[in-house]
Design a protein around this ligand. Structure first.
Ligand code: PMP
Length: 390
C-alpha cells in the first residue's frame, strides 16, 4: 500500500527522476525539491517579485501578503491551536532559528541564579547559542547555570526520570531535539514536558522532524519550534521559528529590518502544502521503514557498528524508534574511505562527525538519511554494496 503511494511521489522530484543511476541518501543535510515547489518559486518570481512591507504597489502588496499568509501556513502545519497567540519568524535554517531564540528571547528573560537545561550531544546548533547566551549574560553580571539534559544509554532518548530530578524552581528553559541527527531517535517530547512540569519554556530543534513526521505543537506542549525549510522540501536558505506567546514573555525578533527571502518563503508554502497532501504520517512510516530495513541489514553484517541505541540495538523497538536516518561505521575501513567507495557506486551519503556537539573529528561515521523519494530498491542496493565489504 505504501509502495503504491510512494511511486508517483518520487516521480515529482526532477533531480531524482532525472538521475536513476544515483541514490541521494543525504536528506538530513538538505532535501530535494518537488516540481510543485520549483513551480511556486517561478510563479512568484515571474508575477509578484518585490520587497515585502515596503511599497504600496500590487507586487509589493502581493509579497507582503505572501509573507503573512505563510506565517499562518506554518502555524497550521504545526497544529498550532491558538494561532492568534503565536508568532512565526522566518530564518535561513534551524541554526539561525535557535540563535534568534537565544538572542531575542533567552538573554532578555533570565535572571541571576536561573538555570537552563540543554543537550550536550545533539547538533552543535542546539548547544552553542545557549552557551553564548550564558557568556553574554555573565558579562552583564547575570550568572545562570547550564545543566545537561541527561540521556539514557539504553535507547538514545533523553533520560526523563533523571531530568525530572534535576529540574528545580529556578529552571526556566529547556532546549531539546525532536529527532536526533546522528541516531535518528524520535525523542519523547511529551514525556519531556511531563518531566519538567508546566513552568519551564521548552525550545525544540525540529530540524530532522518537520517534513519527516507530523509535528503537533499542541500535543508536544512546547514553546519554541525551530526548523529548516530546506530539509522539508523548500529552497536552500529557508527555515522558521514558531513561538507560543502565551507566557507573558513575548518573542520579538528583529524582523522586518532586512529583506526577507521571499522566494524561499513562497517555496516553503508550496513545500508544506505538498507534504500535507502527501500525508506527514505516511512520510514518517515510509522513512521509518527504509531506515529499519537498512538497520536490520547492517545488524546482520559483522563489520559494521550502528551508532546510537548502543545497548538496546537487539530490541526491535529501538530500531522502530529511528526516523529517517542511521549512522554506522565499518570496523576496518575509515568512514571517509567507505563514503568514497559508496560514492563511486552512486550512493550519496554523509561521512564526517555531522556537527555533533562533543564529537571529535575521529568520531566520523557514514550517515544514510532518506526522504519520501527514496526507495526500497535503493536501500537494498546499498545493503548489498555494504555486504560486499563485510
Ligand atoms: N539541528 C539539527 C538536529 C540538524 O540536523 C541540523 C542540520 N544538520 C541543524 C540543526 C542545522 O540546520 P541548518 O543547517 O538548517 O541551520
Amino acid at each position: 500500500e505504501l509502495a503504491a503511494w510512494q511511486r508517483p511521489l518520487r516521480a515529482q522530484f526532477p533531480i531524482i527522476a532525472g538521475n536513476p543511476e544515483l541514490a541521494y541518501l543525504d536528506s538530513a543535510a538538505t532535501a530535494q525539491k518537488p516540481e510543485a515547489v520549483l513551480d511556486a518559486v517561478r510563479a512568484y518570481l515571474t508575477t509578484a517579485n518585490a520587497n515585502a512591507a515596503r511599497g504600496a504597489y500590487p507586487w509589493a502588496n502581493a509579497t507582503t501578503d505572501l509573507v503573512e499568509r505563510v506565517r499562518e501556513r506554518v502555524k497550521a502545519f504545526l497544529g498550532d491551536p491558538a494561532p492568534a497567540a503565536s508568532a512565526v519568524h522566518f530564518t535561513g535554517g534551524t541554526t539561525e532559528g535557535l540563535r534568534t531564540v537565544a538572542r531575542d528571547w533567552l538573554t532578555g528573560h533570565l535572571r541571576d541564579g536561573d538555570e537552563i537545561v540543554v543537550p550536550f550531544a545533539d547538533h552543535r546548533a542546539n548547544l552553542d547559542p545557549w552557551l553564548e547566551a550564558r557568556d553574554l549574560l555573565a558579562r552583564q553580571g547575570v550568572r545562570i547555570a547550564v545543566r545537561e539534559l541527561p540521556y539514557q544509554d539504553s535507547s538514545g532518548d533523553y533520560d526523563y526520570a533523571a531530568l525530572a530530578a534535576a529540574v528545580g524552581p529556578r529552571t526556566r528553559f529547556v532546549a531539546a531535539t525532536h529527532v536526533h541527527h546522528v541516531y535518528g531517535v524520535d525523542m519523547n517530547i511529551d514525556r519531556l514536558r511531563r518531566a519538567v512540569g508546566p513552568e519551564p519554556v521548552i525550545c525544540l530543534d525540529a530540524a530532522q522532524s518537520v517534513g519527516h513526521l507530523p509535528v503537533d505543537v499542541a500535543a508536544l506542549d512546547v514553546d519554541f519550534v525551530a526548523f529548516s525549510g530546506h530539509k522539508a522540501l523548500a529552497l536552500p536558505g529557508t527555515g522558521a521559528v514558531w513561538a507560543r506567546q502565551a507566557r507573558g514573555a513575548p518573542f520579538t525578533p528583529g524582523g522586518w529590518s532586512g529583506t526577507p527571502n521571499t522566494a524561499g518563503i513562497a517555496s516553503l508554502e508550496a513545500a508544506l502544502d505538498w507534504l500535507e497532501d502527501a500525508g506527514p504520517d505516511r512520510v514518517r512510516r515510509w522513512c521509518t521503514a527504509l531506515t529499519a530495513r537498512l538497520t536490520d541489514a547492517l545488524r546482520a553484517l559483522d563489520s559494521y557498528e550502528v551508532l546510537g541505541c548502543r545497548l538496546s540495538l537487539a530490541a526491535d523497538s529501538a530500531v522502530q524508534h529511528r526516523v529517517g536516518l542511521v549512522a554506522f561505521r565499518h570496523r576496518a575501513i575509515s568512514s571517509g574511505d567507505l563514503g568514497f567507495i559508496l560514492f563511486s557506486r552512486g550512493f550519496m551519503v554523509r561521512t564526517d562527525s555531522h556537527c555533533q556537539a562533543g564529537a571529535a573529528e575521529s568520531d566520523g561515521s557514514v550517515r544514510v538519511s532518506v526522504h519520501v523519494y527514496n526507495t526500497v530498491e535503493e536501500i537494498d542496493a546499498l545493503a548489498a554494496a555494504l555486504a560486499e565489504l563485510d
